[in-house]
Design a protein around this ligand. Structure first.
Ligand SMILES: [Zn+2]
Ligand SMILES: [Zn+2]
Ligand SMILES: [Zn+2]
Length: 342
């Protein structure tokens, strides 16, 4: 019997189509493979082929836009939004518009073309998190921006146009609707119960472990009760914290290995799927400290969003989260990749 489930934060309904439950390997799609053939603008030596770098981590004191970096942040060569100018908000009758102001940056996570976040050393994954934090803290000073989204497209099916592992950042002059729904839902729960809904979810999921996948000192990983996609997973800090960018060393030291671990479990269970992940942090300058709780959502690209989803905002998910959690829990703890030679 299929089941309708409601996400307690956003109120979004999903259809868990249990009768068509299939095994992870039944999802037909291309494996994400690194071919390494052809020209790559993100490889060392090709620094001049990207826009000038905004930030890089270099241990050897090498000059900017030359090799020697371990991580590099550059503007997107084909930005969705432009950084220069004013917003110039205008009304056109009942319609609203403004200039397409924003920042669009690319975080090149490693100089090594053949690695992924799942195969990089955890210490290097931690540097990726530091780069996210550094860039958010810098862009938050720009008063034109209301929200900064960190996201990753891994594999062509998930929207990556270059195979060299990278993440992206977009700073927006408005708070996006998805984030607004979460913040409003969390506020409503807080007004009613005086508790954070994410903290409540962690407490309940830790008691009933059917959807709990992993945890360490600082983070829990769970399959949400009403996931939109098969094998959707959320990584949530155990201690209440509204903003990702306020994380400290103690948190990043725990987040890096658990993120790497989850991505390699997905590789193992789903055989190198394309995926997206996003970091949801508090909108800039809003007082949501008490009730908003930052988190990272990972969505493997296994199913297609079709007419029903577009027409209703309902999602049909063929894999119950209790099943996906079980598969991911049982995946053997992956082996640490050898330290990259730099
Ligand atoms: Zn490359
Ligand atoms: Zn909380
Ligand atoms: Zn979220």
């Amino acid at each position: 019997m299929p089941e309708l489930r409601r996400d307690p934060i956003t109120g979004r309904w999903v259809i868990i189509a249990t009768d068509r439950a299939i095994r992870p390997t039944d999802f037909v799609r291309d494996k994400v493979q690194i071919h390494g053939s052809g020209f790559c603008p993100f490889c060392p030596g090709n620094e001049k082929r990207t826009p000038p770098e905004i930030l890089s981590y270099r241990k050897d004191g090498s000059a900017r836009d030359t090799p020697g970096w371990s991580l590099r942040v550059v503007p997107n060569k084909f930005p969705a939004l432009g950084i220069e100018g004013t917003l110039n908000r205008q009304g056109e009758g009942l319609y609203d518009k403004m200039n397409g102001i924003g920042a669009h940056e690319v975080i090149i996570e490693t100089p090594q073309h053949n690695l992924t976040l799942a195969t990089m050393p955890a210490r290097d994954v931690e540097d990726v998190l530091w780069a996210y934090r550094d860039r958010i803290l810098d862009l938050e000073k720009d008063r034109r921006f209301k929200y900064i989204l960190i996201f990753k497209n891994h594999g062509e099916a998930a929207g990556a146009s270059l195979e060299h592992t990278h993440s992206q950042l977009i700073a927006l002059p408005v708070v996006p609707k998805r984030v607004r729904e979460e913040v409003d839902g969390a506020r409503e729960h807080y007004n009613f119960k005086e508790r954070c809904i994410f903290c409540d979810i962690i407490r309940q999921e830790k008691e009933k472990s059917a959807r709990l996948i992993a945890e360490n000192q600082a983070f829990v990983v769970l399959a949400p009760f009403a996931p939109r996609f098969p094998f959707e997973i959320w990584i949530i800090p155990k201690t209440h914290q509204c903003a990702f960018e306020q994380s400290q060393k103690a948190e990043f030291e725990q987040l890096a290995p658990i993120l790497k671990d989850m991505l390699s479990r997905l590789d193992q269970v789903l055989e190198w799927p394309a995926y997206n992940y996003i970091i949801h942090t508090m909108p800039i300058g809003e007082s949501a400290e008490d009730f908003y709780h930052w988190h990272l959502e990972i969505m493997p690209k296994l199913t297609k969003v079709a007419g029903f989803e577009w027409g209703t905002g309902f999602y049909i998910n063929p894999t119950p989260p209790e099943e996906s959690a079980k598969f991911l829990r049982e995946a053997a703890a992956p082996v640490e990749a050898p330290a990259a030679n730099k």
